[in-house]
Design a protein around this ligand. Structure first.
Ligand code: UD1
Ligand code: CA
Length: 461
C-alpha cells in the first residue's frame, strides 16, 4: 500500500491569522487540499492528515478526501507523525509531507516513493542561495546524508550549509513507526522532530538517501504571507504556462488566475483579471473577459462569458453571458441563449434559444425554449419561510417589469403583459394582464410642472 501522512496540526503563528495556516489558499485551493490532490496523482492510496489547531475547520474544508488523526497538544513534527496510528501495522511505503509545502509536483512525490527501491528512508532536499531558517542537511565525509540539524540548533559551521530539508520524506512504513518510538525532545524547542529519524535510521544500520530537488521554487515552504504570495505566483505561472503550451490564449498570464483542476478545450481566449477555480471546464472557442469569476462552472463551446460570476452551474454551447450576470446554485443554461446585464439565475434551468437580456431575477425556475424574458422580470420565489417554483413553458413571452409570484406556471405561447403581477397560472396561449387602467388628465401635466418650478424659485429667495 502507498500511504501518505500530511502534517497539518500547527497554527502557523507567523501568518498572524485566525485561520489555520494549511487552509490559506494557493490558486484557489487550501494548501493542504492542493497537497492531497497531488499526492493522489502520485499514487497515494491511503492518506492521513494530522490535524490539531482548529481541526474542525480543516476537517470541514477537506471532507472525505482523506482520513484524520488528531494531535493534541502539538509537540513537534515527529510527534505529529506518531498520531497516524491507523497506519502503524501497514507493510507498505509512506510519504510524510509538511502541510505547508504546497507546490510539489506529482512526479517529485513519485520519485520519492521510488527512492525506497534502494533505501529505507529518503529525504527531499534542495540547495538554496539563501538557506534562511530551514533545517540544514549535514553530510558525512563520503557525501552521504548523516543528519538534519534545525536552524535553531545549528552551530556556525552548520548554518553555513546551503542544502536544506524541504520537509518531504519517504519511509518503509514499519521502519517509520519503529523509528518514531525512539524520538527524544532534547532540543532548543523541546519538540519531537521528525528530522531526527535520519540519525536514528543510520544508527540502526539502515540506508538513508537524500534526493536533491532541481527547482527551489517547487519545494518552497509557506510560513508567512510573503511566502504565500510567492508560492501563489510560482504555481500560477506553472499552471498558466502548461495551458498556454496546450493552446490556451492568455492576454496577460501574470494576471490570469486558474486553479489546478480547471480544464480547457481548444481556441480558448482568456482576458486578464479572471478567476477560474474548482472543477471548472471551458469549452472550445470560448472567450472569458475581465472581471469574470467562475467556480465549479462548466462552459460549452463558442460562448462569450463577459465580466460575470458563475458558480456551481453549467452553460452549454453558443451562449452569451453578461456583462455582469450572476449564475449560481445548479443553474443550467441550454444552447444558444443570451443572458444579459444584471441578470441573476439561481437554481434555474433555462431552455434552448431563449432570451433574458436585462435586469432580471429567476430563482428556482424551469424555463422552456424560445422564451423571451423582458427587462426587469422577477420571480417572487420566497415568502419569508419557503421557496417556490416557477414554470415558464416553450414560446412564452414575459413582458418587462413583470412579477411572477411562485408557485406559478406560465403556459406555452402565453403572454404576461408588461408591468403585470401574475399571482395565478396562465393557460397555454392566454395573456395575463393585471395592472390599473391608464387615465390621462387633460393639461394637468403642464399645470403640475409649472407649479413645482414656481415653488422652487420662491424657495431660493
Ligand atoms: C520543518 C522542518 C525543517 C524543514 C522545514 C521545511 C522539523 C523539525 N523541521 O521546519 O527541517 O527545513 O520544515 O519547510 O520538522 N506540525 C504539526 N504538528 C506539530 C508541529 C508541526 O502538525 O506539532 C506541522 C505543521 O502544521 C507544518 C509542518 O508540520 O505543516 C512543519 O511544521 P513547521 O513548524 O512549519 O516546521 P518548520 O519550522 O518549517
Ligand atoms: Ca514550515
Amino acid at each position: 500500500m502507498k500511504n501518505a501522512i500530511i502534517l497539518a496540526a500547527g497554527k502557523g503563528t507567523r501568518m498572524h491569522s485566525d485561520s489555520p495556516k494549511v487552509l490559506h489558499e494557493v490558486c484557489g485551493e487550501p494548501m493542504v487540499g492542493m497537497i492531497i490532490d497531488t499526492l493522489k496523482k502520485a499514487g497515494a492510496e491511503r492518506l492521513v492528515t494530522v490535524v490539531g489547531y482548529e481541526h474542525e475547520r480543516v476537517e470541514a474544508a477537506l471532507g472525505d478526501k482523506c482520513e484524520y488523526a488528531l494531535q493534541e497538544p502539538q509537540l513537534g513534527s515527529g510527534h505529529a507523525a506518531m498520531q497516524a496510528v491507523q497506519l502503524k501495522d501497514d507493510n507498505g511505503i509512506t510519504l510524510v509531507v509538511n502541510g505547508d509545502v504546497p507546490c510539489i509536483k506529482a512526479e517529485t512525490y513519485r520519485a520519492l516513493y521510488e527512492a525506497l527501491d534502494d533505501a529505507d528512508m529518503a529525504v527531499l532536499t534542495v540547495k538554496l542561495s539563501d538557506p534562511a531558517a530551514y533545517g540544514r542537511i549535514i553530510r558525512d565525509e563520503k557525501g552521504n546524508i548523516a543528519r538534519i540539524v534545525e536552524f535553531r540548533d545549528c552551530n556556525e559551521e552548520e548554518k553555513a550549509v546551503n542544502e536544506i530539508n524541504t520537509g518531504i520524506y519517504a519511509f518503509k512504513n514499519p521502519d517509520l513507526f519503529a523509528g518514531l518510538k525512539e524520538l527524544k525532545n532534547d532540543n532548543n524547542q523541546q519538540e519531537y522532530y521528525i528530522t531526527d529519524l535520519v540519525e536514528i535510521f543510520i544508527g540502526k544500520g539502515k540506508t538513508v538517501k537524500a534526493v536533491v530537488a532541481a527547482d527551489p521554487e517547487e519545494v518552497q515552504g509557506v510560513n508567512d504571507n510573503v511566502e504565500l504570495a510567492r508560492a501563489n505566483k510560482y504555481l500560477r505561472m506553472r499552471i498558466n504556462e502548461e495551458w498556454m503550451r496546450k493552446g490556451v490564449t492568455m492576454i496577460d498570464p501574470e494576471r490570469t488566475y486558474i486553479g489546478a483542476k480547471v480544464t480547457f478545450g481548444r481556441d480558448v481566449v482568456l482576458h486578464p483579471n479572471i478567476y477560474l477555480y474548482g472543477e471548472t471546464h471551458i469549452g472550445n472557442d470560448t472567450t472569458i473577459t475581465p472581471g469574470s469569476y467562475l467556480v465549479n462552472a462548466v462552459i460549452g463551446d463558442h460562448c462569450l462569458i463577459n465580466a460575470s460570476e458563475i458558480t456551481d452551474s453549467e452553460v452549454k454551447n453558443s451562449c452569451q453571458v453578461g456583462p455582469y450576470a450572476h449564475l449560481r446554485m445548479h443553474t443550467l443554461v441550454e444552447d444558444k441563449n443570451r443572458i444579459g446585464n444584471f441578470v441573476e439565475f439561481k437554481n434555474t434551468h433555462f431552455g434552448v434559444d431563449s432570451r433574458c437580456a436585462h435586469l432580471t431575477y429567476l430563482g428556482d425556475s424551469e424555463v422552456g425554449s424560445k422564451v423571451n424574458i423582458g427587462c426587469g422580470v422577477i420571480t417572487v420565489n420566497y415568502d419569508g419561510a419557503n421557496k417556490y417554483h416557477t414554470v415558464i413553458k416553450d414560446g412564452a413571452f414575459i413582458g418587462s417589469n413583470a412579477n411572477l409570484i411562485a408557485p406559478v406556471t406560465i403556459g406555452e405561447n402565453a403572454v404576461v403583459a408588461a408591468g403585470s403581477t401574475a399571482t395565478k397560472d396562465v393557460p397555454d396561449g392566454d395573456m395575463a394582464i393585471s395592472r390599473v387602467r391608464q387615465e390621462n388628465k387633460e393639461g394637468f401635466g403642464r399645470y403640475y410642472l409649472e407649479r413645482n418650478r414656481a415653488k422652487k424659485m420662491s424657495g431660493k429667495k
